[in-house]
Design a protein around this ligand. Structure first.
Ligand code: ANZ
Ligand code: ZN
Length: 816
């Protein structure tokens, strides 16, 4: 029989679905295991990155299931977002239709991969039964004082008259119409993630099962820093200019003060000076650049003088006040003391604008001259030019000067975070509407829980010009106030899709609950996620927001865990010819094409075999071909040996060898999969087992040992190649699914290698004996024989012509 993968795969996929063999229920007596992959955006088609992500997860889920765990392994869709809306504008197709048909298509593709999801728990974030609860969580945060409204800048395209996401602005230009983008202030909703900054940072320590690099990225994103806040007085106006510095030890080296262009004092300070116009122009120019561009080390430092001066409170020195691109309003106080000698950005700025450079920290072994410096001196050293603090080490001075400032009442120690509150407002249609109502009498009124969901209207115009179609939809817009029942307007902003994806993993635990987002007993049984698997591109935002949500709803008493994801695996990329496979580069291989040609089992096996999960994987057509041939070999071998099985006796001369092969492989595969997720080496052990059994195809093996070998081969291969193993499992006469079998255990005794005694001859004469493993290869026998001490004198001065070996019997050394 030929390995007809098409027939086999579709047959078993159908049967598994009919028999619901992957359906999971809350069996509270069984230990649970929650295996989760980052759910996909329904873009239309699966790509190889998806296949890799889900193949890894499926092996974990199947392995844990076979090891006796009650496994939750769900799938769903991160289905709101911009691409659907852009498709609506471009092709005149409704976002909902576009999204749902993509979901249908991708679900079919996932099913063709034979992934063992419990499809009864599928969720799509754009489904009213899902976003009802997204809105419910918004209200929960609102009630807890964690959702608030304030004015904030958005990217605004004057020609499209619409708000743009950061990624739609390229070099300050609208990606759609090539017009210059401006900043516009709008009232927006925020989540107060900064309330949890400390805990989000400290709890990283608990995440032993996370890659260090991800924890470091989160740590940097939170960006805790300790410093001092103190004020300079503006010379003319007397305004207090508060600055935040991590380096109070350098305060005697200040040669200018610099404000963010958006700083509220900029206008007063420059007003009436000859610099007023250039300040305005510079502010305008800065509107076009986002914070990342402005603060990048690559970006040239730029600024203008305000015309005003400030007094350094430590030494009474008068220094100019500037504004510059590299100072951000949103961090610290939005104002910085410029110390060119000891801060690289300030150094570059001072060089450009000819501002004085004053050394106040000196290296131990030499004196620094400002004129000879090519860069800032940022290392530790001794204070100079710093009045009473001269001679102190700068590490000590950081504390001493900070304390001094506190003592004389001009400053205080402060902790600052880079982490900003989470802006969740999107002026977009395709998202979960923010459940808020504005009433002229009552103000901001939350929608009542019993009125959820606030449904997205279906009949909507997409002309690509308005701020959001919701603002033009009177049916949506006009409503009554829940408090006074007077006429009122709905909020038209929808939520950032990261809100939807910050709680989907709880919903899987109770996906069809219509009364609450999830039942406590279910969520507490399943959470935390034991293994989360996904791309490193989500290492910051998605994981941070989900961790934040978890802490909020824990404080609200909805869950008990502190952290949602116990272990995290970030899989590597799929490369081709050394670069990432991607549509834009045009080097993709479509999963469909591979499945069509070789079947899902081959696709999965290749992807798991080609590299360990965390590493990048290089696509190789020969590699795929090789995995396909391997499965063909397995198919033939099991068919042949299953025929032999009916005639096998009770005793076999090679039983011991075959058992050793079997149990060694069980041990190796179990350890590779459970300890390290080293699927590639596990698969190569199975390949070796197949070679071993092939070599024994025609030898005498007893029925039980042969049966044991074949059964175990299929059990070990089942998580990787679920279809072919299921087919062959039934070929062997089993009635139940191989995927419901327990994982095999190895017999340590079977693995012990026997030693036997063999004879060593020189020129046919017995000269010595030695013990060697029965498994020893001919090379190993030869090598061991030539090392025998007793023979060394006999071989001296002789030329070895050849060495003849007879496995398990003798080695004959022929000499001249
Ligand atoms: C003077 C100084 C001297 C500084 C020196 C550094 C070295 P982290 O660690 O990132 O918190 N800073 C403060 N607020 C800023 C803002 N809104 N925009 C841009 N830069 C700002 O760094 C804090 C340091 O970043 C502060 O310490 C300040 O520069 C700058 F030798 O003050 B420093
Ligand atoms: Zn009202």
């Amino acid at each position: 029989m030929k390995y007809d993968f098409k027939l086999i795969e579709s047959k078993w996929q159908k049967k598994w679905e009919e028999n619901k063999i992957y359906k999971t229920s809350e069996d509270y007596n069984k230990p649970k295991y929650y295996c989760l992959e980052m759910f996909p955006y329904p873009s239309g088609n699966l790509h190889m990155g998806h296949v890799r992500n889900y193949s890894i997860g499926d092996v974990v889920a199947r392995f844990k299931r076979m090891n006796g765990f009650n496994v939750l392994y769900p799938m769903g869709w991160d289905a709101f977002g911009l691409p659907a809306e852009n498709a609506a504008i471009k092709h005149g197709i409704h976002p909902s239709k576009w999204t749902w048909s993509n979901i249908d298509n991708m679900r079919t593709q996932l099913k063709q991969l034979g992934l063992s999801y419990d499809w009864d728990r599928e969720v799509a974030t754009c489904h009213p039964n899902y976003y009802k609860w997204t809105q419910w969580f918004f209200l929960l945060l609102y009630k807890r004082g964690l959702a608030y409204r304030k004015k904030a800048f958005v990217n605004w395209c004057p020609s499209c008259s619409t708000v743009l996401a950061n990624e739609q602005v390229v070099d300050g230009i609208c990606d759609r119409c090539k017009t210059e983008v401006v900043k516009k202030e709008l009232e927006q909703w925020f989540f107060k993630i900064t309330d949890y900054a400390d805990e989000l940072l400290n709890d990283l320590e608990k995440l032993h099962g996370w890659p260090d690099k991800v924890k470091t990225m989160q740590q940097n994103w939170i960006g805790r820093s300790e410093g001092v806040e103190f004020s300079f007085n503006a010379e003319k106006t007397g305004d207090k200019i508060s600055v935040f510095t991590t380096r109070p030890d350098t305060v005697y080296g200040v040669s200018y003060v610099v404000l963010a262009p958006e700083h509220p004092l900029v206008e007063t300070l420059s007003s009436g000076t000859e610099y007023e116009v250039s300040v305005k122009e510079f502010k305008k120019k800065m509107e076009k650049y986002n914070e990342i561009v402005r603060t990048s080390t690559e970006t040239e430092k730029e600024g203008v003088f305000t015309g005003a001066y400030a007094i350094n409170p430590m030494n009474g020195e008068k220094v100019p006040i500037w504004i510059a691109n590299y100072v951000l309003l949103g961090y610290g106080t939005g104002a910085v003391m410029g110390v060119p000698a000891h801060d690289q950005r300030d150094f570059e700025f001072a060089k450009k604008y000819n501002l004085p450079i004053k050394v106040v920290i000196s290296p131990q072994d030499k004196t620094l001259h400002p004129d000879e410096m090519n860069e800032a001196f940022v290392d530790d050293g001794i204070l100079v030019n710093s009045d009473r603090f001269n001679g102190m080490s700068n590490i000590e001075a950081i504390k001493a000067i900070g304390r001094y400032m506190e003592d004389i009442g001009i400053g205080k120690f402060e902790v600052n975070f880079k982490l900003r509150d989470w802006l969740i407002s999107r002026q977009r249609y395709w998202g979960a509407p923010i459940p808020i109502i504005y009433c002229d009498k009552c103000g901001v009124v939350p929608v009542r829980e019993e009125d959820l969901p606030v449904l997205l209207p279906e009949d909507i115009q997409f002309n690509g010009r308005s701020t959001s179609p919701l603002q033009e939809c009177d049916k949506f817009l006009n409503t009554t106030c829940p408090k006074c029942h007077g006429l009122a307007r709905r909020e038209t902003d929808t939520m950032d899709t990261f809100v939807c994806s910050s709680w989907y993993f709880y919903r899987y635990t109770d996906a069809r609950n219509e009364e609450e987002p999830f039942a406590r007993e279910k969520v507490n049984y399943w959470m935390p996620v034991d293994q989360y698997i996904g791309g490193v591109e989500h290492a910051i935002l998605h994981l941070m927001y989900s961790r934040f949500f978890n802490k909020v709803i824990r404080d609200a008493g909805l869950v008990t865990v502190d952290e949602p994801f116990e272990n995290l695996l970030t899989q590597g990329m799929v490369l081709r010819d050394g670069v990432k496979m991607s549509k834009s580069i045009g080097n993709t291989v479509s999963p469909e094409e591979i499945i069509e040609k070789y079947g899902a089992d081959t696709a999965r096996l290749f992807i798991l075999f080609a590299a360990p999960p965390e590493r990048d994987l290089e696509w190789s057509d020969q590699g795929v071909e090789g995995c396909f041939r391997f499965l063909q070999r397995v198919f033939r071998l099991v068919e042949e040996l299953s025929n032999k099985l009916s005639n096998a006796g009770n005793f076999g001369e090679y039983d011991k060898d075959v058992r050793r092969i079997t149990h060694k492989t069980i041990k190796k595969v179990t350890e590779d999969v459970s300890e390290r997720f080293n699927f590639n080496t596990a698969i190569s052990a199975i390949m070796e087992m197949v070679n071993g059994l092939n070599a024994h195809k025609d030898t005498n093996i007893s029925k039980t040992v042969l049966k044991e070998a074949l059964d175990n081969l299929l059990l070990l291969l089942a998580p990787f190649a679920p279809h072919i193993t299921e087919e062959l499992w039934h070929t062997l006469g089993h009635k139940e699914s191989v995927h419901l079998m327990p994982w095999p255990k190895y017999d340590a005794n079977a693995i012990v290698e026997d030693e036997i005694e063999i004879v060593i001859q020189i020129n046919g004469k017995v000269r010595d004996k030695m013990k060697i493993s029965v498994e020893a290869s001919e090379d190993e026998m030869r090598e061991a024989a030539l090392k025998q001490e007793k023979l060394l004198p006999l071989l001296e001065d002789k030329k070895i012509v050849k060495v003849i070996t007879v496995p398990k019997k003798l080695v004959n050394i022929v000499v001249k």
